[in-house]
Design a binder for this molecule. Structure first.
Ligand code: AMP
Length: 282
């Protein structure tokens, strides 16, 4: 497995592969990898001739009060895990390499970025789409792999690809969870022992709403209330938002959810200074 830190070398590697007809799959990550990330890499391995994983903690997608500088990093461990998953090359540029002096461009998807994560993290998705567009241009993948764990990110990237005609396929992979239901996340490491126990409340709230929905409760407001009630049973849990929305346009369902329409249950909940997100798509 190659470790590549320069944009020019990464672009050259993929253009050499493509010149001989090899198809490239890309798995963008911010590192500090867990089994969720590795499941994306394994899926990419099964579906492409060459697999590139990127490890880049993208400063553009963190707000000034967010955890950019303390975001966990462990390159050596990540490289071992990716090698084990059969990845061919890891692209690990510095912020300076991605955003050299004078860098002054951005890609922004409007509308669906105003709600949910976008409403609580201004500028976050502009940072995400800018870096993902750069990665797509540098690596030129045929397929790029993203986790359903970040449901709004999935919707935003799919819209960017559609609206701007990026010539690739977005592949969405299911959320991997710990045995007690907590969605795997690099940020779980921040949780204290008590917060870690309380953090299963996201999964419990989502499961309660899913069960209610399956038993015929099709009222957006009632499902939101139910999730809020479960969350408030944990004193350490402070919700940023709880949502019952259409998975495509991310608009909230208020009253009756029309039959045949998809439903995205999602939430962001704080435990001390740690903010966790999770979702179920029904
Ligand atoms: P991150 O390093 O957090 O930016 O995540 C990189 C990719 O892994 C994103 O597409 C995430 O949605 C995906 N991912 C993160 N956590 C999980 C998980 N628990 N299961 C599956 N995919 C995940």
């Amino acid at each position: 497995m190659e470790l590549i830190t320069s944009v020019a070398e990464m672009a050259l590697a993929t253009s050499n592969w493509q010149a001989v007809g090899l198809k490239v799959g890309l798995v963008p990550t911010m590192g500090y990898l867990h089994e969720g990330h590795i499941s994306l890499a394994k899926r990419a391995r099964a579906e492409n001739d060459k697999v590139v994983a990127s490890i880049f903690v993208n400063p553009l997608q963190f707000g000034p009060k967010e955890d950019f500088s303390r975001y966990p990093r462990d390159l050596e461990r990540d490289l071992n895990l990716l090698e084990g998953a059969g990845v061919d090359a890891v692209f690990h540029p510095t912020p300076q390499e991605m955003y050299p002096e004078g860098f002054n461009a951005s890609i922004e998807v409007l509308g669906i970025t105003d709600v949910l994560e976008g409403a609580h993290r201004p500028g976050h998705f502009k940072g995400v789409t800018t870096v993902v567009a750069k990665l797509f241009n540098i690596v030129s993948p045929c397929k790029a792999y993203f986790g359903q764990k970040d449901a709004q990110q999935v919707a935003v990237i799919k819209k960017m690809v559609r609206d701007l005609n990026f010539p690739l396929e977005i592949v969405i992979c299911p959320t991997l969870r710990e045995a007690d239901g907590l969605a795997m996340s690099s940020r779980n490491i921040y949780l204290s022992v008590d917060e870690r126990k309380a953090a299963t409340v996201l999964y419990r709230a989502l499961t309660a709403a899913q069960t209610a929905f399956e038993n015929g409760n099709r009222q957006g407001d009632a499902l939101r209330k139910l999730m809020n009630e479960v969350i408030s049973s944990e004193t350490l849990a402070k919700p940023d938002y709880v949502s019952v929305a259409n998975p495509e346009d991310l608009r909230e369902y208020a009253g009756l959810i029309p039959t045949g329409k998809g439903v995205l249950l999602s939430m962001a909940v704080r435990f001390g200074s740690t903010r966790l997100i999770d979702n179920f798509q029904l």
